[in-house]
Design a protein around this ligand. Structure first.
Ligand code: ATP
Ligand code: MG
Length: 195
């Protein structure tokens, strides 16, 4: 069984995340994609705006109607800073029969050389990289030691980010269609990202 891990802060989850997961699933022939909200992301200066529980609820709401998608709470349960290398090690121990792939957008493809213990990580898992406006997902630009571990899947460029959604909420704008409706309802009900 082949499983893609879609890791992220998901503050909130949006259509770009969902499309990336679906394109990766189809192009790499994945049986499932597991969405894994991080506890504290290592590379971000500010703490997430929404709580781990709220970010998980939004992920669950977004993927409920897709039988290939599920939510994985490993990083939230572990707490602290979420290093992918620790997570992948745990997943492989817990599910020895599963072939894992880690799904990332182009911003993260570019950033790969800076990931904590990347040398160890590329020995454990393959990445699937997807396009994102403003970043290059060109694998050839990566150091040789990393290049061979990154597969590419194609997707239309989607210029949506969680930051954009938080900013739009803050200035009172509608985020309808940027996030799936169930996520929109959750955001409005809980008055998230208003300030
Ligand atoms: P933020 O603006 O808070 O950083 P984000 O939109 O970048 O949020 P993350 O939770 O940081 O979302 O990203 C999780 C993963 O999804 C990363 O691998 C990221 O590259 C990827 N991703 C996010 N948005 C897109 C998009 N629009 N197109 C392709 N990949 C995306
Ligand atoms: Mg991001």
């Amino acid at each position: 069984m082949k499983v893609g891990i879609m890791g992220g802060t998901f503050d909130p989850i949006h259509q770009g995340h969902l499309l990336a997961a679906e394109r990766a699933r189809e192009e790499a022939g994945l049986d499932e994609v597991w969405f894994m909200p991080s506890s504290t992301p290592p590379h971000k200066p500010n703490a997430p705006k929404a709580s781990a529980e709220q970010r998980l609820r939004m992920v669950e709401a977004a993927i409920a109607d897709n039988r290939y998608f599920r939510a994985e709470t490993l990083e939230i349960r572990r707490g602290g800073t979420s290093y992918t290398v620790d997570t992948v090690r745990e997943l492989k121990l817990q599910y020895p029969g599963i072939d894992f792939f880690y799904i990332i957008g182009a911003d993260m493809v570019q950033y790969l050389p800076n990931w904590v213990r990347i040398g160890e990580l590329v020995g454990m898992i393959k990445f699937i990289g997807l396009a994102r406006p403003g970043y290059s997902s060109e694998v050839g630009l990566l150091p040789i030691s990393i290049r061979g571990s990154v597969l590419s899947a194609s997707m239309p460029q989607v210029g949506i980010s969680s930051t954009m959604i938080r900013d739009m909420r803050k200035s009172g704008k509608s985020v309808r269609y940027l996030v799936p409706d169930p996520v929109l309802f959750y955001i409005e009900e809980n008055r998230l990202y208003e300030s």
